[in-house]
Design a protein around this ligand. Structure first.
Ligand SMILES: O=P(O)(O)OC[C@H]1O[C@H](O)[C@H](O)[C@@H](O)[C@@H]1O
Length: 832
């Protein structure tokens, strides 16, 4: 019988001397040895001396394993819990690696015994001995106090993969599809659990390089906690679903757990089956894509199970692809087996494990793991080797909608429904879903229906049912590189607009900032094929911790970053996307930001050239100057509607249906949709329209650069001051008197309305669809209820600060008696 002894211990002098602080380094050694005669009792056994790490690793194991400093979560008050949690988390870490080796071995049998010893420079010693079989039964009996649920999970994975490899020499990728998240993602030297385990990461921003904080959370991954309907309904965010998917942020417990996600996906399948009513001969197909969030893979797996369990075919667009050069470089001896042995894991973009074995020698001895941290780490790992590419197949929100319209059997399109896993620009711990059919994005009513169904489905989940869904997903999930279709459509659109020239952007230097979201494709897959130079583009690599700036074209820091990139590179144009590429903005060659009202003005100018007199539908916070620009300069009609991309798109569609022609629905947030593009809410397509303009200007001999775009917004009046202040309503405040924050917010708005009515210097907007919009002092303000949050956003625009303060004081005077409203931001503004 083969036995592996895993040992790890503090080996840095600092760690030894500061044992009470618990700081220590972790290293892994693998040795083959004979198991002890009997299972030792943790309390009674003293740790035997470990061989030094260098001699402990036999040459037969080629493993590039990282070394991390680990420390327990300092804020936990229970020291014992802390230590146990720490040890169990470390056990996870070690066993995860061991098992990833073992499950690619065809020589080990399920009866193999793993023997793990965990030593710490404190009076704590854990020693575990387990076999694949015993762990499985241990799990069934619920006796898991000493080993974490995650370890059990890993072992079951190993068992499953071994059984599979015994059945066939061909490695069946699907078998592991469901378990890819079991590999720990490394984020530079940060170790992140994307799952609920014994390990919990604390706020990432508190990370010191190489330090992981962990504690002892209950292993809840396999337990279905009851979730009431109210909790499901709280996940609704307008026409999206949003929740917390990663643990570790104070007061933000995980709401998008795996079972909740699975239930939501099953509910979408049920909703779709009701709508489409396929006959017995046809199964519905649903595509799933995701952006760079660290929880993407966990949710994609759960969504796949939910859909497959409900009898729907699942097509995943998110995965990792390695170039052939890469494979050849790292697996020279066994290239024959490479294509089937490569196992991309964690396509959220942080780690890849490549495994191979040499067919000419003993399989186990040639097993090799390569941990690749990020694209950036990869490039420093193998410098100057452009062929050694790791491609993350991420999806964008518009591409997901597009997959319901594309007609291509090769790409299994059109699909009947589509799900994008994203939480746009929100912090790293959030995630969510957007749903599409060929009729567009689902609306609020549908989302509510889906969440209600999900609550019922979740209530009736059984272990047996969940296992069945897992089995079905393993059998039915297929993968397609759909972004290829989507990006070639964008390229074709620009070529067509430029008279079918192959490289209409030849000579243009355009930099892209994807904010480490999913938009990195735009540089290499859209701009470069069109002939543009994209050097100086930044943050194209997926990184769900968004370490550089928030991927949001409305964010000041983000706009500063792309502006700087344009200026540093003397580029003609800068383009910036949000995480899931449904929003965008640009920067001209002089560093002038083309976002918010300016982007709307620019898009209106382009669309009105093509469709004179058409109506431009915008959100409610657009400026008065924009109306003048659209109506007086461009000869169009400005229909200022409500905030919310879905609201503006639906309104434009409605206008067309009642005979008023509209070709553009656009928000200051950077969301925008054109009639010619099936009303697809698509940040990338907005940028395509700008590219068309550049290309055609060049073709007609006009001077290069982005001047043609800058000139188009010439004449747009801009206010001296433009601010948005977001005033929170404390939902638990007694002043709400049991009512909802919405009712409270409405009362504030009503009071403000009364006050402005009695002020002769102020004029209420005669046509207004949301909140209270008032003109005065040469400017205007709009106070409204947020679409989603207990917040009253206040927008003020005025020629000077003094005028803006006068408007602010008016609003403040109406708020005095509303004690649940936090007016501090406004107080500060009027005092400044
Ligand atoms: O109402 P607010 O809180 O300002 O949020 C409004 C925004 O919500 C979401 O982010 C939508 O995707 C946007 O289309 C909308 O503009």
């Amino acid at each position: 019988m083969t036995t592996c002894v895993l040992g790890f211990a503090a080996h840095s002098p600092r760690a030894r001397s500061s044992s009470p602080s618990f700081a220590k380094s972790l290293s892994l050694s693998l040795t083959k040895s004979t198991p002890p005669a009997s299972s030792p009792s943790p309390a009674a056994v003293h740790p035997p001396p470990l061989p030094p790490p260098s001699t402990a690793t036999p040459s037969s194991y080629v493993a590039l394993l990282p070394s991390f400093d680990l420390a327990p979560q300092p804020s936990r008050n229970s020291a014992v819990l802390n230590r146990l949690g720490f040890a169990a988390a470390a056990a996870d870490f070690v066993l995860c690696h061991l098992i990833s080796i073992i499950h690619h071995s065809s020589t080990l049998k399920p009866s193999v015994v793993f023997y793990a010893e965990l030593f710490f420079p404190v009076p704590l010693f854990l020693r575990h001995r387990f076999s694949l079989d015993s762990i499985a039964s241990c799990s069934k009996n619920g006796r898991r106090s000493a080993i974490s649920g995650k370890v059990v999970q890993h072992v079951l994975v190993a068992q499953c993969c071994q059984q599979d490899s015994q059945l066939s020499t061909q490695y069946r990728k699907d078998c592991c599809t469901l378990y890819r998240h079991n590999f720990i993602p490394y984020i530079r030297r940060k170790l992140a659990w994307t799952d609920i385990s014994t390990m919990q990461l604390r706020t990432f921003s508190h990370f010191n390089r190489g330090i992981v904080y962990c504690n002892a959370a209950a292993p809840s991954a396999t337990i279905i906690q009851p979730v009431d309907k109210g909790a499901f309904l709280k996940l609704q965010n307008g026409s999206d679903i949003r929740g917390v998917a990663v643990d570790g942020v104070e007061a933000e417990p995980v709401s998008l757990t795996k079972p909740v996600t699975e239930a939501i996906a099953a509910a979408f399948a049920a909703w779709l089956l009701d709508r489409k009513k396929p006959d017995a001969s046809r199964r519905l197909k649903v595509s799933i894509g995701h952006d760079s969030r660290i929880s993407a893979q966990k949710l994609q797996d759960a969504v796949s199970r939910g859909l497959a369990g409900a009898g729907v075919d699942v097509i995943q667009y998110g995965y990792v692809k390695l170039s052939n050069e890469f494979l050849i470089k790292f697996m020279p001896d066994s290239f024959f087996l490479l294509q089937t042995k490569v196992m991309p894991c964690d396509p959220s973009g942080f780690s890849i494990v490549l495994c191979y074995w040499n067919v000419h020698t003993s399989v186990y001895e040639k097993c090799k793991l390569i941990q690749i941290l990020t694209c950036r780490t990869l490039s420093s790992f193998i410098p100057h080797s452009p062929g050694l590419r790791v491609g993350w197949r991420l999806a964008s929100t518009p591409a997901m909608f597009n997959s319901t319209l594309t007609k291509s059997e090769d790409f299994l399109c059109p699909v009947d429904g589509s799900i994008m896993i994203t939480a746009s620009h929100l912090p790293y711990n959030r995630n969510g879903f957007k749903f599409f059919t060929d009729a567009g994005g689902l609306g609020k009513v549908d989302i509510k229906d889906i969440l209600e169904r999900a609550a019922d489905i979740h209530k009736n989940f059984t272990d047996e049912g969940l296992r069945e869904s897992e089995r079905k997903a393993a059998q039915s999930v297929r993968r397609v590189d759909y972004m290829t279709v989507y990006t070639s459509d964008l390229v074709a659109a620009v070529r067509k607009a430029a008279g079918n020239r192959e490289k209409p952007l030849d000579g243009f230097h355009i930099v892209v900032d994807a904010g480490n979201g999913a938009g990195g494709f735009f540089a290499g897959k859209v701009l470069e094929p069109l002939g543009a130079i994209t050097s100086g583009s930044q943050f194209l690599e997926p990184d769900g911790l968004f370490p550089n700036h928030i991927p949001n074209p409305e964010d000041k820091e983000a706009m500063k970053a792309i502006t700087q990139a344009v200026l540093d590179n003397k580029a003609d144009l800068g383009i910036i996307f949000d995480t899931d590429v449904d929003r965008s903005a640009a920067v001209d060659s002089s560093g002038r930001e083309l976002n918010r009202n300016r982007l709307i003005a620019l898009m209106s100018a382009i669309v009105l050239e093509e469709h004179p007199g058409t109506t431009i539908v915008t959100d409610s916070v657009t400026s008065d100057g924009l109306t003048t620009f659209i109506e007086k300069k461009l000869g169009g009609r400005h229909h200022r509607f409500k905030r919310g991309y879905k609201n503006v798109i639906d309104e434009a569609i409605r206008l067309n249906s009642v005979g008023e022609e509209s070709h553009l629905a656009i928000e200051t947030s950077g969301h925008g949709a054109l009639k010619e593009n099936n009303w697809l809410d698509d940040g990338a397509y907005l940028m395509v329209k700008l590219l068309n303009k550049l290309a055609s200007a060049k073709a007609s001999g006009l001077a290069g650069g982005s001047k043609v775009l800058t000139d188009m917004v010439d004449g747009l009046e801009e206010p001296g001051v433009a601010v948005e202040l977001r005033l929170k309503i404390d939902q638990n405040h007694a002043d709400l008197k049991g009512g909802s924050f919405r009712e409270y917010g409405e009362a504030v708005l009503q009071h403000l309305s009364n006050i402005t009515d009695s002020d002769p210097k102020l004029v209420k907007a005669p046509v207004n669809y949301e909140g209270i919009r008032v003109s005065g002092y040469g400017g205007w303000f709009l106070l409204r209820l947020s679409l989603h949050d207990p917040v009253l956003p206040l927008n003020i625009e005025a020629p000077s600060n003094e005028d803006a303060v006068k408007l602010g004081l008016t609003v403040l005077s109406a708020m005095r008696e509303f004690q649940a409203l936090d007016t501090s931001a406004l107080d500060k503004f009027v005092q400044a």
